[in-house]
Design a protein around this ligand. Structure first.
Ligand code: AMP
Length: 227
């Protein structure tokens, strides 16, 4: 990799897959910035809707609190809004947290075929199960700028305060241990089958070792995308 950031790659449409705590959000933000892509993180959009008390937020909240998937109809309304009603990411997009099951993946394929905006790659960030729980329970988020920290591995300079914007960090309501265990089960049952789905598709698939320092994970993703 040399020269200008993202040189020679052009706009890309990406899906990021991985278990809760694998680093999709952190790496998604870095890769989206590097290539000028619109990061579409359905979890962030839903949390924002819950905070604002919108209709979408009201439909989603109880599922999110329980660590269950929000019903497909709700999430597909949100996705259609992003891609159809008020199109975003025309210079490339990075889907983080969607699709989460086979029917969502099939719906996405149909939508992107209709829109003639095919996927260029799928990136799986792979982290062993035993690491995920510690990663999620240590996670702290900035509600203002979206920065993500970990009290064990990547603490902010001042405890509980965002380095970037000085806002008080928060822990996600669903990052408690019981809900985390359930979210991992949901991932195994519903989302993990997407690995085979995309491996068998014609879209390039990159399995990245997510159990290494964040800059190394980022470099591995970039190598994969630019290979
Ligand atoms: P995340 O921030 O991606 O871990 O998502 C947090 C929560 O939002 C999940 O546990 C689900 O309740 C909900 N959610 C996010 N994305 C989806 C999706 N594609 N399908 C269903 N539920 C979702």
């Amino acid at each position: 990799m040399s020269g200008k950031v993202g040189e020679g790659v052009g706009k890309m449409n990406l899906v990021f897959l991985g278990a809760p705590g694998a680093g999709k959000g952190t790496q998604g933000a870095l890769i989206a910035e590097r290539y000028g892509l619109e990061q579409v993180a359905t979890g962030d959009l839903l949390r924002d809707a819950v905070r604002r008390g919108t209709h979408l937020g009201q439909r989603a909240k109880s599922y999110m609190d329980a660590g269950e998937l929000v019903p497909d109809a709700v999430i597909l309304d949100l996705i259609r809004e992003i891609f159809v009603s008020d199109p975003k990411g025309e210079e490339g997009f990075l889907l983080d947290g969607f699709p989460r099951n086979l029917s969502q993946a099939e719906a996405l394929d149909r939508l992107l075929t209709d829109l003639d905006r095919p996927l260029d790659a799928v990136v799986l960030i792979d982290v062993p199960d035993e690491k995920l729980i510690q990663r999620i329970s240590g996670r702290r988020n900035c509600p203002e700028c979206g920065a993500i920290y970990n009290v064990y591995f990547e603490p902010p300079k001042a405890e509980g305060i965002c380095d970037r914007c000085g806002t008080k960090l928060v822990q996600r309501a669903d990052d408690n241990i019981e809900t985390v265990r359930h979210r991992l089960e949901v991932y195994k049952k519903q989302t993990e089958p997407l690995i085979a789905y995309y491996e068998e598709s014609s879209v390039p698939f990159h399995r990245i070792d997510g159990d290494q320092p964040p800059p190394d994970v980022e470099a591995a993703i970039v190598r994969g995308l630019e290979s």
